[in-house]
Write a protein that binds this ligand. Structure first.
Ligand SMILES: C[S@@+](CC[C@H](N)C(=O)[O-])C[C@H]1O[C@@H](n2cnc3c(N)ncnc32)[C@H](O)[C@@H]1O
Length: 280
């Protein structure tokens, strides 16, 4: 079957714009060619049986709701490419705004030590380390698969200023003598009773997404404990759901952070909160 005929079939059966668009991504993946090649050759390249069966297999997985990033095994964050696989959280575009804020903080304060708590595939930590080759970045995660993957992703980008360690939040830093200028975290913050079995979240690891106490348990733990690991004038930056903003402000205040601000995402909803440790 010619490429254009396969595409026509997809359009006909699955009259859904995003599936049609993503079928180009699947073609790219299966044929190992770029989009331009696919467009130019769609009327004269005949898919062989193996290619066709593989494409249909991937398409069915996508139609069942599996995220395209798991299917093709990669994702992009701030224009850097990352390997990703099942059981590791796929970085979201909304977190990019948070990283842009961190870039701004590092530039104006000349910060040197950054910690990413719950690093996943390493996207937040790695983008910072890539942009600032002279600073030291550490990423920790409770999932050893995530640590392995982050190491691989940082190796692919040839980074020498980044380190990853398995840790249950701060357990790796038992003696509390490690201090950072910025601690950033996109922790699990969805209520664990939320029914995710009907949507695409069911493909992502439970531990990445869900937390006790209405999704607040890990966030509260991080707010209260980060204080010990921050340098004076250092910042804690936490991603969260817009519904959690009031309770998060309460705990930032309660723990004694200053300059607490909430920032919005691309959908104009509160997405992350920052607070500064100041001891006069
Ligand atoms: C929402 S994901 C964020 C991943 C990554 N920072 C990002 O934004 O793409 C949350 C991450 O926290 C990790 N995590 C969950 N509980 C943890 C714990 N107790 N200690 C350390 N990491 C934890 C999960 O394994 C997961 O990788």
């Amino acid at each position: 079957m010619y490429i254009y005929k396969w595409l026509k079939k997809v359009k006909l059966y699955y009259f859904n714009n995003y599936i049609y668009k993503e079928s180009f991504i699947l073609l790219k993946y299966v044929l190992k060619k770029n989009i331009l090649w696919i467009i130019i050759n769609m009327k004269n390249y005949k898919l062989n049986n193996l290619e066709l069966q593989f494409l249909n297999f991937l398409l069915i997985r996508r139609l069942k709701g599996e995220p395209i990033n798991y299917i093709i095994g990669k994702c992009y964050f701030l224009n850097f490419k990352y390997k990703i696989y099942f059981d590791i959280f796929i970085p979201r575009q909304d977190s990019e705004i948070m990283v842009e804020y961190i870039i701004y903080l590092i530039k104006i304060n000349n910060f040197k030590f950054i910690l990413d708590l719950g690093t996943g595939c390493g996207a937040i930590a790695i983008s910072i380390a890539k942009i600032f080759p002279k600073i030291f970045v550490m990423g920790v995660d409770i999932n050893y698969l995530s640590i392995n993957l982050s190491k691989y992703n940082s190796f692919k980008l040839n980074l020498k200023n980044i380190f990853f360690n398995k840790s249950n939040w701060f357990s790796y830093f038992k003696k509390k003598n490690n201090k950072f200028d910025i601690i950033v975290s996109n922790p699990p913050y969805i209520n664990k009773y939320y029914n995710h079995y009907n949507n695409n979240l069911r493909f992502e690891s439970y531990i990445s997404l869900f937390s006790n106490y209405n999704g607040m348990k890990d966030i509260i733990y991080i707010i209260l404990n980060s204080y010990y690991y921050l340098n004076n004038y250092g910042w804690l930056i936490i991603e969260h759901c817009f519904t959690q903003v009031n309770i998060i402000n309460f705990f930032f205040n309660f723990r004694g952070y200053y300059n607490i601000f909430n920032y919005k995402d691309y959908n104009n909803k509160f997405r992350f909160t920052v607070g500064q440790k100041l001891i006069n």
